[in-house]
Each structure stands twice: as C-alpha cells, then as structure tokens.
Design a protein around this ligand. Sequence first.
Ligand code: SF4
Ligand code: MSK
Length: 641
Amino acid sequence: MNEVKALNNDHRSVDPAAVEMLRIADREGYSNIWERYEKQQPQCAYGQLGTCCRICSMGPCRIDPFGDGPTHGVCGATADTIVARNLARMAAVGSSSHSDHGRKVAQLLRAVANGSNTDYRITDADKLMAVAARLDIPTTGRQQLEIAADVAKVAIDCFGNQDEEPLVFLEKYMPAKRFARLKALEESLYQTTGAKTGFLPRGIDREAVDILHRTHFGCDHDPLSLVAQSVRCSLSDGWGGSLIATELQDILLGTPTIKSVKANLGVLEEESVNVVVHGHEPILSAKIAEMAQSAENRQAAEAVGAKRVNVVGLCCTGNEVLLRQGVGMAGNESHSELAIMTGAVDAMVVDVQCIYPAIADLASCFHTKFITTSEQAKIPGSLHIQFDEHHADAIASRIIKTAIDAFPNRNKGRVYIPKHTATAVVGFTVEEILKALGGTPQPLIDLIVNGTIKGVAGIVGCNNVKVQQDHFHRVLTTELLKRDILVIGTGCWAVAAAKAGLMDLSAQELAGPGLKAVCRQLGIPPVLHMGSCVDCSRMLNLAGAIADHLKVDISDLPLVGSAPEWTTEKAVAIGAYFVGSGIPVHLWPLPPILGGPEVTRILTQDAKEVLGGWFFVEEDPVAAADQMERIVMERRSALGI
Ligand code: SF4
Ligand code: MSK
C-alpha cells in the first residue's frame, strides 16, 4: 500500500473500517462508489443547479444561469419553472417510496386481521390500542383482530382518499396548532390570490399523482405553486405514508425498546454464515433474523462447518432489525460495497431503496449470493427470490439455506474483516423516551425551559460520495452536543453516529454540562437513535407531543433539523415535510435549486414567514452547528425562555 493511496482513502471516509477496506479495493481493483465518482468528473453544472429540463421531446433544454446562453426553454419555461418542476418530481418520488412502503405494511395488517396471513401476528397489542385510540376507533369490548382490521382500513383509505378532506392520519396525529396554521394558510392564500394553494394533503397517492400531472408539459409553471405542492406531497409522506409504516410495523413486529448493539463491519463473523439484510422494508428481514435463530438453521450451519447464522444489517432495513431484534449493524449506505469486499458475506439480501446495482458485479467476484426480493427492485446479475408475505416463513428459510449453502464456497484466504465495532445504545422511540421521562414530556420540557438542554436537533440522511463518509455526521453531531443540544435522528446518520461511538454511554463526556448531567441521570447517550428513514415520523410525533402539551405550534419550539450527506429523493421529501411542519432544515450537499433564484428565495426565506420552517445550506459542519444553535436560541428567546 503506498502512501498516496492511503491518503486518498482517508479523504474518502473518516471511518477506519472503510479506510481499511478501500485499501483492499485499491489493491484488488474493486470498483466502488468513490472510484466511479472520480470517473464522473466534471459533473454537469446544469444538473447541479437544477436548470435542465427533458420532460418533453422538444428538449432537452438548458438555462444558462449566468445569462450568457438561453434564458428560456423551447416552450418558454424559465429557470425557476424548470427548477421547481424538478424539485417537485424529487419530492413526489421520495414521498412515494416511503408511502408505498407504508401501504404494504397496511395491507399486511389487513391480511393478519382477516386471517388470510398467519405468518405474521399482532406483536404489540398495546401499540395497536394506542393507534386505535389516536384514530378514534372504538376498542372497548372488541376483539383485537377487529380493531386491527379497522386500523388497517383507516390506513389504506388514506392512500386512495378522493375527497378534499385532509388525510385522517395527518388530522389525528399533527399537533392542533400546526394543523390550524396550514388550514388558515390555505384560506388566506385563496382570499388574497383567488387561487387554490393546498398544504394539507388529501390522499397519499393523489398528492404524488398531482405532481406528475402538474409537471407534465404545459401545466403548472408557477414556482410558488409547484413548491407548495411539493410541501403538501411531502407532508402526505411524513404524516401519512411514513407514519403509517412506523405505527403499523410497531403493531406487527413490535415497538423497538432500548438495547445495546454493536456497529461497524466488525459485526461480521469469520466463523459464521453471514447474512446481510439491506434496504428499507423489514417485513422479510425481521423473519430472516428470527428464523436464523432456529435450532434447525443452527444445525444446518454447523453441518457446513460454521458456528451459526449471523444476520447483520445495512442502511435502514438494518436499522429496523437492529432496533427490534438487536442484530449487529454492518454499516450505512457507503458500507454496502465494502461489506462484500470482506469476502465474508455469504448472502446480501435486499428489498427496496438505496441499493447500488454495482453490488451484483462485485458479488460475482466472491462466493456471495446477492439476493433481490422485491419486484420493485430487480437488479441484473442478482439471484431473485421473490418475497411474498403469505409465505414468509418458507421464503426466509430458503434464503437462509441459500446463504448456508454458499458458506463452503467462501475463499478463506480472501477474507478480511476490519476489527472495528462500537457499542451503541439504541431504540429511542417516542414510547421509550416518554417511559424514561416518567410517562410525560414535561420533564424534557422543564429541562429545555430551564436551559439545561437548549433545544433538540433532528438529523437524518445518507452518505454522499461528495462528502467524506461520516465526517459531516460526526462533526455536526459532536458540535451540537457540546452546545447542550440533544441530538435525535434516523437513517444512515444514526449508523454513522453508532459507528463513531456517539451512541455509547461514554459519549456523555462529549456533551455540554447540562446535557451531560441529564444523560447521566437517565442513563442514556446524548445521541438518540430513533430508527430508519420512515421513522422520521417518530421525530414528528415527539415534536407534536411537546407542541400539544404546551399548546403551541411546532414552529415555536427550539427544534432544528439537518440532512448532512443527503443523497436520495426521500431526503428531499423528509426535508420538505420537516419544513412544512415548522422546523428549519440544514442541507449539505447543495440541493439542485440554485439555478432558480425565486425557488431559492421561497425555500430559504419566504418559507420562514409562511411555514415557520425553511431550508439553509452550509458546507462546514462547525458553521452549520453555529447556525443551528443560533436558530435554537432565537426560538428560545421568542418563547421568553
Ligand atoms: Fe424544453 Fe419546455 Fe420541453 Fe422542458 S418542457 S424540455 S423546457 S421545451
Ligand atoms: S438508507 S435514504 S441512504 S439515510 Fe434509509 Fe440511508 Fe438515505 Fe437511504
């Protein structure tokens, strides 16, 4: 290994396990996201600014943001129209991904309730009762499955709702003041402009279809109208599809509880059959994690010379099984190829979202079975084993058997597992946080009011090859802790924080004096893992519980969000529903909107007045923490605390 290569790899990731694996990638010539990113340079500036359009066959059209070239597309579309249309389509795709996940969980709950699926069951009856109560579904004297059927029906109806009323889930879960503000905003815009501008989502499917329609050639060209619909669609994700996914998964698979786990590539075991579950939907992977423990599978593993079947997670499917079943967490998005390069993965099983197609080629260099399971995420070169929740036990068994059968083909001479792991205390659902606080948010509110904790930051999002892996996550999180700001979050950020040891109890020492004392007293880390991407709904629920308790709007609270290292269209939807819920959101890397000055102004300035939440961008993590702290302090003084 020469020094230049090592320096390059240090530049690619701050995670020592990743740096070790990238040295192997360099030595062996394994393709990876960093190497392919370098080959993509220079990337298209029009794309980065959002000013390219190819929605009709007169295009593609490009607007020169510096005014030297064309100022309009062939049809006359301006840069702002093009930027806003592109943004809206990102929000629609992101929302649809989360919400389609929620739909499948709702359909499964319906099947369990009507007895047509016996591979799953109601695991958390208390959560079922809590969700039913929230939705005003009667529970007294009724059978559990009858109640479950009603909950499933309300959820499924939210997808196809065709009237003009807001989504039932949103109406029942969104804090009263936020709901009233969005409703009043719709009415005042109607009175002042005469045009309908909706913010309260009606049907989950409808809001995404609405964007596909209004961004068709020759429809909505008004940047404000397009941005407003982007927010409405995203709210149908946060307070609709994602919320349904979270709540109903808790009913079916159990609400996560606080537990201690290990994170990073060191959770792979040299002597075991390693099955990595990756993607987002835990319905299958929860089964795989459960069945891997069976005596039959243990014996089958032993029969091929392995110690056991070791199921570990990646990305958000990983977060789901980590929080509920305590499996090890192999890594976040950028770790997916690195895990295969260890040579110790016998099967990587993927469902949907955030899966690199490159894994197929890479896996073919090893004995690793790369198994796709969703008709919505087929990848050439993989082994496809179609998941069907009505035969979940049988399919999970077949997948585990495939991994066990692959184990003897492992080339032990090529196995290298970096020894890095960190301990992480995870599983901070709203239920667990309230339990730790004695059943009410009041102690947390008291701590915020008396300044022991200045505020709460919610961090979400991915890895992005444009940012040194995990660097922004680590520095921003540590900076916020120092400033007595409690950090909560989800997704690949949560994995980054876990790998960095920030979810270990020892991380209390990194916190400012107030936060440190609180965490010591409660026996919790200062960084709380709330789940997967869809579990951003748990953050909304926590914010909502505090807002309702104080009878204020979420936008009054000292809360702030960030999506550093964001990558996906889902992150756009999450950011937009945070903003629509009244929470300012930091973003890095730059979103593709800067080519549209009006869109940029709406999202970074006007939204503050209108929605109480807005976007801001900052490249430097310490400066981002400064800005986030400033927002928290401004909100504190507005509250008079
Ligand atoms: Fe060009 Fe207008 Fe067609 Fe877009 S819609 S590709 S700007 S002509
Ligand atoms: S997995 S959306 S890369 S967080 Fe949810 Fe990670 Fe971002 Fe996918």
